[in-house]
Design a protein around this ligand. Structure first.
Ligand SMILES: *Cc1c(COP(=O)(O)O)cnc(C)c1O
Length: 344
């Protein structure tokens, strides 16, 4: 294994425990690539934290999460009759799992379609917030929640703060709903909401602030696979670009691991950002600093990363690594697909 996410388990878990204490009733979000750690590991950690429910993004993630987690699994994408027409299969799975899956609905039409294939499906209603992503309009939430015999209403808020007024509008409009799942709401806002709405259960759905709360608790490291001195006029790579004198360093980690898949905002200079926008991220990658740190320096790509490895251009002067060394990689874990995750 050569592109590995190393985790200081004690430190990572201490950060999780601190986050869980700040977010009472937390519903851990284990969606997508599992925030770099993988869904199965996060499901196990959610169990360790004592969570009764985890949230996944997609129906495709439901089955694996039910396998990895003993409690309830909430699917955050809304059920759509015309999209999830394979639900009959899902329902067989659901019943085998004693109904631990929880569906999200946003309209009466979808609710009816869901009830047709899964009469006993457990349901939450999602309300349309200023996110403007999906949800039932505020005026319809109470009625839909009633018809669905919903276990609660979910609200997905934009990043940042200032959510108390917006959430309160929904709570006031659906006074019979006891349980509210909220996303991107701070501990302070949750405390204020609890004061304003006694008797309501506010359950924060948290991913980033739970799993990535302590950046020093984990590090991606790549192996050096080859090192070669190069002089003026030499070329390398698919595109045969000229190299700066120094060394070519080949490291593990490429597009299949999510390397250089970050937004142009991470490009170093305004010019690099402009290039990134005009040429597309990968084409621009060779002109920007790579996420690999070699000999204490962030180095440039010699050309856009390959699928499983990257060619770096190490300028003359400074330490030269050896084959088998590891180098740290700074990357956003929500787009990272390491070969392995190692807890130490
Ligand atoms: C992804 C997601 C979350 C978790 O977001 P973080 O920023 O990682 O905490 C919560 N709610 C919904 C609906 C989501 O899609």
């Amino acid at each position: 294994m050569s592109f590995v996410l190393h985790v200081d388990a004690a430190r990572w878990r201490a950060a999780q425990d601190a986050a869980a204490a700040r977010y009472p009733g937390v519903v851990p979000v284990v969606k997508g690539n599992g925030y770099g750690f993988g869904r199965d590991l996060l499901c196990a950690e959610a169990g360790r934290l004592g969570a009764s429910t985890v949230a996944v993004g997609l129906y495709a993630e439901l089955g694996p999460a039910l396998d990895a987690f003993a409690g309830d699994v909430l699917v955050m994408e809304p059920f759509r009759a015309r999209v999830h027409d394979d639900l009959a299969r899902l329902d067989a799975r659901q019943q085998a799992d004693a109904g631990r899956g929880v569906h999200t609905v946003t309209s009466a039409v979808d609710l009816e379609a869901l009830r047709e294939v899964a009469p006993r499906a457990r349901v939450v209603v999602e309300a349309l917030t200023s996110m403007n992503r999906f949800g039932a309009p505020v005026a319809e939430v109470a009625d839909l929640a009633h018809r669905a015999d919903a276990e609660g209403v979910t609200l997905h808020l934009p990043l940042g703060t200032g959510h108390v007024e917006e959430i309160s509008r929904f709570v006031d409009a659906a006074p019979d709903v006891r349980r509210w799942y909220v996303s991107h709401t701070s501990p302070g806002e949750l405390a204020e909401l609890a004061r304003r709405h006694p008797g309501r259960e506010l359950l924060p759905r948290v991913g980033t602030s739970l799993w990535l709360a302590d950046p020093a608790a984990h590090e991606v490291r790549a192996h050096v696979l080859d090192v070669r001195p190069v002089g003026k006029g030499e070329h390398a790579g698919y595109r045969q670009r000229p190299l700066a004198p120094g060394h070519v360093v080949v490291v593990s980690g490429g597009t299949s691991h999510g390397v250089a898949m970050e937004s142009p905002a991470s490009a170093a200079t305004p010019r690099a950002r402009a290039v990134a926008v005009v040429e597309g991220l990968l084409e621009a990658a060779h002109r920007v600093t790579s996420p690999f740190t070699v000999g204490g320096r962030r180095v440039r790509f010699a050309e856009p990363p390959h699928m499983q490895c990257s060619l770096l251009s190490l300028p003359a002067g400074g330490a030269v690594p050896s084959v088998g060394d590891t180098v740290p990689v700074r990357m956003r874990l929500t787009t990272a697909y390491p070969d392995a995750v190692e807890l130490h």
